[in-house]
Design a protein around this ligand. Structure first.
Ligand code: 17E
Ligand code: FE2
Length: 411
């Protein structure tokens, strides 16, 4: 099949590309149809690699207000609300909500998801359901599972055993939550435990790290030091790291050297953390986002995630990563022309690097023909106009499409 007249990423001239056996076989400005070959005219639209959701909680999605709403808007009340909802979890409940959320994501051009799944549940109901769903949805959505100890590894009964069991069941990554553990000593021990577990079972690591406005929350330095010393490097990801917003600059100067040496990845969640953080501030209120601009400038890999869709931590979300990028650029003050034009990297290549997708991802000859078509000519316009994802192709097969609404003025 030959696709013609596409602006690939933000190129200034159009190209064509051929898809054969589910892979990109040729990418060239001058391709002509072979005899009898099917052609698709992309009409000068933007083609990107698929969007990658590098941080979400699929097990909690679509539960806001059930059984109670988060009234304070804090992370901690969110955890309490979820704890109440957890009592009602069933396999069917999770299957129904995850199936809906995955379709919302697919309609918005997402083809890969890393989901955290709460394993502080003696029955591990969500873990079991997500492992089934990862298999069932494989052809349309690649799901990576983090065993996430929401209520702590050392501060929750049998936390270590539950985390270990979830890894044995087939989690792809090990999580931790140092800022929620009872003590600083538990925080350090929980990180050591998670890293040792990941090393033993050859898993990736993704920690909810320092998601708090406490400048003394310093799980990150422990995580990065272990990543370096255990040579786990970019297998390790630090999510949220909102305390870095509040660290003093002298400390960040020292920390940055370690972060670069450790080669770990970062995930910021701009929608959710601008909502959850700064809740105990008077005025001025902190924005509660990690130092994306400075980390990026140091060559450290940063991606953006949605984190939640309509759940105890975030009462909105429709599966579109566009709003995540839009908010991220605002709160990080990254609104230069090049910043805006290139901001899709936060939800494409950078996120793919965090998920270790390797050469299964990206638009290049020989790779799987997975790509999306946006209703704009470059990403600046796509972001600014909230362009629809006109089509999403996974390994050469169309899995989602949109017909944009027509809006007219009558004067
Ligand atoms: N749990 C947590 O600890 N932090 C979050 N941001 C979410 C769940 C969404
Ligand atoms: Fe999260």
């Amino acid at each position: 099949m030959l696709f013609q007249n596409a602006f690939l990423e933000n190129a200034s001239t159009q190209v064509s590309f051929r898809v054969q056996d589910g892979r990109f076989s040729e990418i060239d400005p001058d391709l002509v149809p072979l005899s009898g070959e099917e052609t698709v005219d992309l009409g000068g639209k933007l083609v990107l690699p698929p969007f990658v959701e590098s941080h979400v909680h699929l097990d909690t999605c679509l539960t806001a207000g059930d059984p109670v709403w988060n009234m304070s808007g804090t992370l901690f009340e969110g955890i309490e609300c979820w704890s109440k909802r957890k009592d009602k979890l069933s396999r069917e409940d999770i299957r129904e909500r995850v199936n809906r959320a995955v379709r919302m994501y697919a309609a918005n051009g997402v083809q890969f998801i890393r989901t955290h799944v709460d394993v502080t549940d003696p029955k591990l109901t969500a873990m079991q359901a997500l492992i089934e769903l990862r298999e069932e949805l494989r052809d349309v959505m690649e799901i990576q599972i983090v065993a996430f100890p929401q209520e702590g590894i050392l501060s929750y009964p049998n936390g270590k055993e539950l985390l270990t069991e979830a890894v044995k069941m087939g989690a792809d990554c090990v999580g931790a939550i140092p800022h929620f553990e009872f003590t600083r000593e538990y925080s350090v021990e929980s990180l050591n435990f998670a890293m040792e577990l990941a090393a033993k079972y050859d898993k990736l690591v993704d920690v909810h790290c320092d998601e708090i406005d406490d400048e003394a929350s310093r799980g990150l330095e422990t995580l990065a030091a272990r990543a370096l010393e255990m040579q786990m490097f970019d297998k390790v990801t630090a999510s949220h790291t909102t305390a870095m917003h509040s660290y003093n600059n002298a400390y960040v100067l020292r920390l940055m050297r370690l972060l670069k040496m450790s080669k770990i990845n970062f995930v910021a969640n701009p929608l959710v953390n601008t909502h959850l953080q700064g809740r105990v501030d008077t005025y001025p209120k902190r924005r509660g986002i990690t130092r994306v601009k400075e980390l990026t400038a140091e060559g450290i890999n940063v991606s953006f995630g949605h984190d939640d869709i309509f759940d105890p931590w975030y009462p909105m979300g429709n599966g579109s990563l566009r709003d995540v990028v839009f908010m991220g650029l605002h709160v990080c003050q990254m609104m230069g022309y090049e910043d805006i034009m290139n901001s899709y990297h936060f939800i494409t290549d950078n996120a793919a690097k965090t998920l270790h997708l390797g050469d299964r991802y990206g638009i290049a000859e020989g790779r799987p023909a997975s790509f999306i078509v946006l209703d704009a000519k470059n990403y600046y316009d796509a972001l600014n106009q909230n362009a629809a994802v006109l089509a999403s192709y996974k390994e050469g097969r169309k899995i989602a499409e949109a017909i944009p609404a027509v809006r007219r003025t009558l004067f």
